[in-house]
Write a protein that binds this ligand. Structure first.
Ligand code: HEM
Length: 140
């Protein structure tokens, strides 16, 4: 009974981690889309770009961390989550330091690409983890 409860808890944590990783990757794509809207449609959208990142930038990595704990996910999950936080911080930095270091702004879209790649790897890793678990369950 205790084993089953533990198993369910782990499953819940790992499933939630995967779903949050997908949402994070989608948020990065939306954030780039909003940047596109700001450039091609109306500069008013920069306000949405700034507002949207405030919604997910710190909150999702925090939730990823909590679900990694619940799901007892191996070390890679913590490293990735920490990596996301570092890159989000770098996004704030490169967007706000342009008065002093103008070329830092040019790094902002490059970091956006790296952030997307990192979140895509996170989605793939957590998907594999869940599928592998299913295979193990199938054998058991
Ligand atoms: C190619 C895509 C992107 C472009 C061209 C771009 C451009 C910009 C620009 C021009 C600003 C300043 C807006 C203003 O001060 O009114 C900004 C702010 C910001 N962007 Fe991006 N961005 C891109 C993608 C991203 C992505 C993917 C993220 C992911 C988290 C992000 C995070 C931020 C943050 C954190 C700020 C600062 C918000 C603040 O100061 O409160 N950007 N971006």
């Amino acid at each position: 009974m205790v084993m089953k409860k533990e198993f369910m808890r782990e499953r819940f944590g790992r499933g939630s981690f995967f779903i949050l990783a997908v949402i994070f990757a989608a948020c990065i794509v939306i954030q780039v889309f909003i940047a596109g809207l700001s450039i091609f449609v109306s500069p008013v959208n920069w306000m949405n770009h700034t507002m949207f990142v405030h919604l997910f930038g710190m909150n999702l990595p925090l939730l990823l961390f909590v679900t990694a704990l619940i799901g007892k996910i191996p070390k890679w999950a913590y490293l990735h989550t920490f990596g996301l936080l570092v890159f989000i911080f770098a996004m704030y930095f490169t967007a706000n330091i342009t008065d002093n270091i103008p070329w830092a702004g040019a790094l902002h879209p490059i970091l956006a690409m790296i952030l997307f790649m990192q979140s895509a790897v996170m989605v793939m890793n957590s998907w594999k983890m869940i599928v592998k678990k299913q295979v193990i369950e199938g054998v058991e």
